[in-house]
Design a protein around this ligand. Structure first.
Ligand code: MRU
Length: 340
């Protein structure tokens, strides 16, 4: 059995930071009931934190990978360094940011610890800048699409500051709309099985003071068909070269429902989530998290013991169902046939 993670009572504004030779991260498994900051001092603790979703969301995983390489250099003997870095880059398979940022920082190994840490800090700063840019660009696109009326958005999973370093991706757009006084409502899908929407997005929207309602995943198509939202905003874990997008399971169903209702679905993700080496959605590796997460929640079981289950953590939305992809640098109009 793993020892309980070390915690600190320092309050944090960023999801993940490097502090005095170790990583600190907001434990997303404890929210919204407890605000716990974990001190991660070893590579195996970092890998465990990634696997149990204490740190999660594609951009945050990228920063975790980046600082993970620095942690590995600082704590692992040279002979074990390559294996330690590989264990970080493969801790979860779908979000390309994790492997990509781990590789990017590992490419500086020959230049020593200082260069590695500098590169990791650059990744961290870039993700913060990207979140701000996505918020602005996404809100501007919504102005173009919907005019100057107040906006009712629908979103899935958690794509806020917790999933990045600050502000986030799709939820950064919601936050920017709210700051501009344009957000009428944000419908947050609870996001089975781990309830990132109910636990994390509702918490973040509450802290923002943004108007919101929590809805069960299965209510979303009906609510869209009744005109309850003007726009659907989703994040991404990996965007293939043709625009097919892997995101939290449920996004594909939401995209089908949005198309049926004539509501545009906009994907919001940093350039670091676009994977030009993966040609289409069929080639994106999808994590299966096992039966236990489906058969109950936390310590309480809902299904009969040993019920077999299939638990893909992500699904793939075909580019044809996506109106546009907003990145920190551009808007890709998939609805006009543009590709990343
Ligand atoms: O399993 P998770 O919680 O890591 O899944 C996260 C998502 O699917 C997010 O929508 C995605 O990473 C974008 S985060 C800004």
């Amino acid at each position: 059995m793993q020892p309980p993670p070390e915690t600190t009572d320092r309050t944090m504004t960023d999801t993940i930071t490097w502090v005095d030779g170790h990583i600190e991260l907001v434990d997303q498994t404890a929210l919204p009931h407890e605000e716990v900051v974990l001190r991660v001092t070893t590579v195996s603790d970092l890998v465990a934190a990634i696997r149990r979703l204490s740190v999660r969301g594609a951009p945050a995983l990228g920063v975790a990978g980046a600082y993970g390489v620095a942690l590995a250099v600082a704590t692992v003997p040279d002979a074990e360094l390559a294996a330690a870095i590989e264990s970080i880059r493969t801790a979860r398979p779908t979000a390309v940011n994790l492997a990509r940022m781990t590789d990017r920082v590992a490419a500086r190994l020959a230049d020593g610890f200082g260069a590695v840490l500098d590169e990791a800090h650059t990744v961290y700063r870039e993700e913060i800048a990207a979140s701000i840019a996505m918020g602005t660009r996404g809100a501007d696109l919504i102005d173009e699409l919907l005019g100057d009326r107040d906006v009712r958005a629908m979103t899935i999973c958690n794509t806020g500051g917790l999933a990045a370093v600050r502000r986030g991706t799709a939820l950064a757009v919601v936050q920017t709309l709210h700051e501009r006084g344009r957000l009428a409502d944000c419908l947050a899908l609870e996001t089975r099985p781990l309830l990132q929407g109910a636990r994390l997005t509702a918490w973040e929207l509450g802290r923002m003071g943004a108007p919101h309602h929590l809805v069960v995943d299965s209510a979303a198509p009906f609510l869209l068909s009744r005109g309850a939202a003007d726009i659907v905003l989703a994040g991404a874990d990996r965007i293939a070269a043709n625009g097919d997008t892997a995101n939290k399971v449920g996004t594909f169903s939401l995209a089908l429902a949005a198309r049926h209702a004539g509501v545009p679905l906009v994907v919001v993700a940093p350039e670091s989530t676009i994977d030009h080496d993966t040609l289409d959605g069929a080639a994106i590796p999808i994590e299966d998290r096992g039966a236990a997460e489906v058969g109950g929640f936390g310590d309480s079981r809902t299904a009969p013991p040993d019920t077999p289950a299939i638990n893909p953590a992500f699904d793939v939305t075909p580019a044809a169902l996506i109106h546009a992809i907003v990145t920190d640098q551009r808007v890709i109009m998939t609805s006009r046939g543009e590709t990343p």
